[in-house]
Design a protein around this ligand. Structure first.
Ligand SMILES: CCCCCCCCCCCCCCCC(=O)SCCNC(=O)CCNC(=O)[C@H](O)C(C)(C)COP(=O)(O)OP(=O)(O)OC[C@H]1O[C@@H](n2cnc3c(N)ncnc32)[C@H](O)[C@@H]1OP(=O)(O)O
Length: 187
């Protein structure tokens, strides 16, 4: 019988990994794909601890590589379940890069992974309720509720734009953009 509720603290997970030279891109900085893969790993570990089942990644929000990560730094990814629905969980991930020699820690990114728990038949499975033990837990839960709502509004608006867009009529919008229209013969 799965737990009816679990505290946020029970599934909080941190992964720390040394950034080795083979993780670097042509510019010598750590490849974004490596960081994304670590984020996926920690989101999976954290969500499956909460759910007690296999989980899948459904959606990734607010991944922005604003500060490069260097070879030799220790990257720590701190994950916690911020919000639960019926089968979905929003996992917040804080990424920090530590330069061991000069003892500096930089916050490089915070992002949000939506994970869904699956049962043995590959169907979405109900997850335990979340026990909010601190004011931070409550703040993150409420922020996630807002995030979900804003995202759904943005998705609706984008669908609306796509379904009502008439390219020939909208070309006027391109006048100030840095693009050149050069149609080749279209079949
Ligand atoms: C460079 C080196 C590489 C090395 C590499 C190593 C990588 C090391 C990683 C290891 C870590 C392992 C990680 C394994 C995990 C995967 O990798 S999973 C692979 C990628 N993900 C998938 O395949 C998921 C595919 N999608 C699905 O299976 C289905 O769409 C889902 C997610 C089950 C949803 O199914 P559905 O029939 O729509 O079910 P439905 O009941 O409508 O929705 C279920 C829930 O999903 C939510 N949902 C549905 N769509 C969305 C959406 N778009 N956004 C948000 N929520 C949604 C619903 O709101 C609902 O939530 P609740 O109300 O239940 O809370």
């Amino acid at each position: 019988m799965p737990d009816a509720a679990k505290p946020v603290s029970k599934s909080q997970t941190t992964i720390t990994e040394l950034m080795i030279p083979s993780y670097a891109n042509f510019g010598g900085k750590i490849h974004g794909g490596i960081l994304l893969s670590l984020m996926d790993k920690v989101a999976y570990a954290c969500s499956s601890k909460h759910a007690g089942t296999y989980c899948v990644t459904v959606s990734v929000d607010r991944v922005e590589f604003l500060k490069p990560v260097e070879v030799g730094e220790l990257v720590s990814l701190h994950a916690s379940v911020n919000y639960v629905g019926r089968s979905s969980m929003i996992v917040g991930i804080r990424v920090e890069a530590e330069h061991v020699k000069n003892s500096t820690v930089r916050h490089t990114n915070s992002c949000y992974f939506t994970m869904v728990a699956k049962d043995d038949h590959d169907k979405p499975a109900e997850v335990p309720k979340l026990i909010l033990e601190t004011h931070n837990d409550v703040r993150r839960f409420i922020e996630a509720m807002h995030m979900k709502e804003i995202k759904s509004r943005i998705n609706e608006q984008l669908d609306d734009v796509k379904s009502t867009l008439h390219v020939n009529e909208a070309m006027e919008l391109l006048k100030k953009e840095r693009c050149i229209i050069a149609f080749k013969d279209e079949e």
